[in-house]
Design a protein around this ligand. Structure first.
Ligand SMILES: *Cc1c(COP(=O)(O)O)cnc(C)c1O
Length: 340
C-alpha cells in the first residue's frame, strides 16, 4: 500500500497512477481500451462535450474488506445506468462486460491506493463524452470512455451526524421529459448556485421539490431521499425526474429483507416533515441522516436531532455487508480479480 496518511483523506481528488481510456467513432463498435499513466490529455476546442455537454459520469467505490479482498458494490448496475444515459444523450453505450472489465483493470492497477478496511474507499469515476469536434448542435463524431480513481476517506469521521436541509423555493433539479433520470454532466452545474446559497445560510444542502406541482420531494442535492413514519419507509418513486440511485435500490431491498414495509410513492414535503426519521443516500455517504428540514418559515426537527433507529440499522447493515462483516445474502459484492 502507498505510504499516505489514510486518516487525512476527505472526499477530494488525490491523483493515482493509472487511468483507462477507450475511444470509438460514431457507428463503430467499442473495442477494449488501455491503461495509461494518469495525466492531462488534449481535446479539440470543438469537442461535443465542451460545447454542448454531451457527457455522462458514474460514481462507484472499491472497498478493501475485512477479508482483505478488494470488492465493488453492484458494478453491473453502474454499467447499465451509464448505458441508459448514453441512449438518452445519443452516445454509443459501453457494453456491460467492457465497462466491468475496465473498472477492474483500473482498480487493479491502482490497488495500492485502496485504503485499509474501514478507513475509506477507492472512488472510481467512469466518464463517457463526445470528444470529437462538432459545430452544429448534434452528436459528436467520436466518443471517449475514460476512468480515473482516487482514494477517499470515510464520509463520517467520529460518528454519523445528522444534517440540516432547506427546501429550495426557487429552483428545481429536473423537469418531466428532461435528463434528470440519468447522470448527464449538465444536470449538476445548475445545482451549484442553490447549493452554495443554502450553505451560506448554514444548511448542508438543498431539497428539490418536483417542477410540476412544487409539493413533492424529489432529491437532496445529488442524493436520494427516504423518510420513516410508524416503521414504514417511503421514498419518491422513479418518475423520470429522479436519478435511480443504486444505494436507493439497495436500501429498498435490504429494508424489505429485514421485514420493513417500503413504499415508492409521491412523498409530499408536508408528509416528509411529519415523519419520524429522514435520511438521504448515495455512493459518497452511503446514508446521511437528516436532523432537520426548513421549508419557508416552517422547521421540522427529527427526534432529538440525532440519527433515528431505522436509519442507524440500515446504515450498519449496508456498510457491514460492504466490508464483509456481514453475509452478502444478495450477491452484491464483486471481487476485483488479481490480474497479475
Ligand atoms: C449519483 C446520484 C445519486 C446517487 O446514486 P448512487 O448510485 O446511489 O450513488 C442520487 N441522485 C443524483 C442526482 C445522483 O447524481
Amino acid at each position: 500500500m502507498k505510504d499516505i496518511d489514510w486518516d487525512a483523506l476527505t472526499f477530494s481528488l488525490t491523483p493515482t497512477d493509472w487511468m483507462y481510456v477507450a475511444e470509438v467513432n460514431a457507428g463503430e463498435a467499442w473495442m477494449p481500451g488501455s491503461l495509461q499513466p494518469y495525466a492531462n490529455f488534449s481535446i479539440s476546442p470543438a469537442a461535443g462535450v465542451l460545447n454542448y455537454g454531451q457527457g455522462l459520469f458514474e460514481g462507484m467505490k472499491a472497498y478493501r474488506t475485512e477479508a482483505d479482498r478488494i470488492v465493488f458494490f453492484r458494478p453491473e448496475e453502474n454499467a447499465r445506468r451509464m448505458q441508459a444515459g448514453a441512449d438518452r444523450l445519443r452516445m454509443p453505450p459501453v457494453p456491460e462486460s467492457l465497462f466491468v472489465d475496465a473498472i477492474e483493470q483500473v482498480v487493479h492497477a491502482n490497488r495500492d491506493w485502496v485504503p485499509p478496511c474501514g478507513r475509506g474507499a477507492l472512488y472510481v469515476r467512469p466518464i463517457l463524452f463526445g470528444s470529437g469536434p462538432v459545430l452544429g448542435v448534434a452528436p459528436a463524431p467520436s466518443f471517449t470512455f475514460m476512468i480515473y480513481c482516487t482514494p477517499v476517506g470515510p464520509y463520517f469521521k467520529g460518528g454519523m451526524s445528522a444534517i440540516s436541509l432547506v427546501i429550495s423555493e426557487d429552483h428545481h433539479r429536473a423537469a418531466p421529459g428532461g435528463s434528470g433520470g440519468v447522470k448527464a454532466i449538465g444536470n449538476y452545474a445548475p445545482g451549484m448556485m442553490p447549493s452554495y446559497a443554502a450553505k451560506a445560510a448554514g444548511f448542508a444542502e438543498v431539497i428539490y421539490l418536483d417542477a410540476e406541482t412544487h409539493t413533492c420531494i424529489e432529491e437532496v442535492g445529488a442524493a436520494n431521499f427516504f423518510c420513516v413514519k410508524d416503521g414504514v419507509l417511503s421514498t419518491p418513486s422513479l418518475t423520470g425526474t429522479i436519478l435511480p440511485g443504486i444505494t436507493r435500490a439497495s436500501i429498498i431491498e435490504l429494508a424489505r429483507h429485514r421485514g420493513l414495509e417500503v413504499r415508492e410513492e409521491r412523498v409530499t414535503a408536508e408528509a416528509a416533515m411529519a415523519a419520524d426519521e429522514a435520511f438521504c443516500c448515495g455512493t459518497a455517504a452511503v446514508i446521511s441522516p437528516i436532523g432537520s428540514i426548513t421549508h419557508g418559515e416552517q422547521v421540522t426537527t427529527y427526534g432529538d436531532g440525532t440519527p433515528g433507529p431505522v436509519t442507524m440499522d440500515l446504515y450498519a447493515h449496508l456498510t457491514g455487508l460492504q466490508a464483509e462483516r456481514e453475509e452478502d445474502h444478495f450477491g452484491w459484492l464483486h471481487e476485483v480479480p488479481d490480474l497479475g
